[in-house]
Design a protein around this ligand. Structure first.
Ligand SMILES: Cc1ncc(COP(=O)(O)O)c(C=O)c1O
Length: 379
């Protein structure tokens, strides 16, 4: 049983693809898809990406975008362009490992705050304390928020929690000393309930030196992981800042990967421009979201029945079993041919279970197996 993969697989272990996307790909003339795209991406693609990211919750602000190879490219540009050498980026202590790699590559540092309190509430105070600490040390304060459907926990940050974090970020932006960059990693947003996008309304009327960046990706939302297309969007109350975003990030595209997938852009454009196709595509997305949620509901129900602690989960590809003995637990499960990824160490250690990679029949009984393995290793 392979619960390590970060892709949505069907009951036979094959990648779940989308029929609407496949049909559009097949309609695109080959020679058209082979051409270079413009460096920043076509205006039609950027508009499609804005719509795909925000839907009806588009912030009232200046919004610009540049094409990137997946969400990874956008996260790279954000970390590279909006921090200085040696600066820290703040993330939750349960985080996607690539953030750290990008920081190492770009000579930045990753700093974390404890994601949950002892009673499993999202640790807003931990986040805020760390933000103020970083504000003392560097000019640009960058916070990465991978929500909704966080990897690796499946947690969605809630409105009241956002309120406290936004208050602190606004306060820092208004202190006459710092700038704020909030990087929203929304890689899994289409696997959260559509209302999760309400958070985007918080980004209206921000101070001019409070920049929101949104890393959108087709990887999971269109099940086009290998095509490598995403879009880094900026949301700002300053037109000047929006134009600077475009200049700086276009330059970085040119200096790294040049242009991004033209086929991916054409797919997004066509779906966006055809209302019937868009409706069919969104219905398919919703079907996938609900089928993934069924897997999670089954796992979490059984976990509760056997007394297995799971990090708070709302939606997404993964759940995390918190345990300081994650390595030992993973090794014990491997003896039964069950593969899961041990993550972190100390306070943030845990076993990540990729529910996206397991069909329901394999999920049934899984919580009990993990609990039994925990008892064996004394976790
Ligand atoms: C938290 C998170 N952010 C961003 C990404 C970006 O992926 P991609 O570059 O394939 O779009 C991933 C992919 O696994 C992820 O887990």
């Amino acid at each position: 049983m392979n619960a390590t993969t970060g892709a949505f697989l069907d009951g036979d272990g094959r990648l779940m693809t989308m029929k609407t996307v496949e049909a559009v790909v097949k309609e695109i003339p080959f020679n058209e898809s082979c051409e270079y795209a413009t460096i920043e991406g076509s205006p039609e693609f950027i508009e499609a990406a804005i719509d795909a990211a925000f839907r009806e919750y588009r912030p009232d602000a200046f919004i610009r975008g540049v094409a990137t190879p997946g969400g990874t490219g956008g996260i790279h540009h954000a970390i590279f362009n909006y921090l200085d050498d040696g600066d820290a980026v703040l993330v939750m202590n349960r985080y996607w490992a690539a953030y750290k790699n990008i920081c190492r590559e770009t000579n930045r540092r990753l700093e974390t705050f404890p994601m949950f309190t002892e009673d499993w509430k999202f640790n807003v105070q931990g986040c805020v304390d760390k933000l103020y600490e970083i504000a003392e040390q560097q000019t640009n304060v960058m916070l990465i928020m991978n929500t909704p459907a966080n990897n690796p926990t499946g947690y969605n940050v809630k409105a009241d929690e956002w309120e406290v974090i936004m208050k602190a970020l606004n306060d820092i932006a208004n202190n006459g000393k710092n700038n704020v960059v909030l990087l929203m990693d929304i890689a899994y947003i289409d696997f959260a309930a559509p209302e999760a996008r309400e958070m985007f309304k918080m980004f209206n009327n921000l101070p001019a030196n409070f920049l929101v960046l949104v890393a959108f990706t087709m990887s999971k939302s269109y099940a086009m992981y290998g095509y490598r297309l995403g879009c880094l969007l900026c949301v700002t109350s300053s037109e000047e800042e929006a134009e600077a975003f475009l200049d700086v990030n276009k330059f970085s595209c040119r200096a790294t990967w040049s242009n991004s997938s033209r086929l991916g852009m054409l797919v997004m454009e066509r779906i966006h421009q055809d209302p019937a196709l868009k409706a069919a595509f969104r219905a398919e997305q919703e079907e996938l979201r609900l089928s993934l949620l069924n897997r999670a509901n089954l796992f979490n129900k059984e976990a509760a029945e056997v007394g297995l602690t799971v990090c708070p989960f709302d939606s997404g590809f993964f759940v995390t079993i918190p345990t300081v003995k994650a390595e030992e637990l993973a090794a014990e499960l491997r003896k039964q041919d069950i593969f899961m990824i041990p993550l972190g160490d100390g306070a943030n250690a845990g076993l990540r279970v990729a529910l996206c990679a397991l069909p329901e029949e394999k999920i049934s009984g899984m919580a009990a197996k993990i609990k039994a393995a925990m008892d064996v290793v004394g976790a």
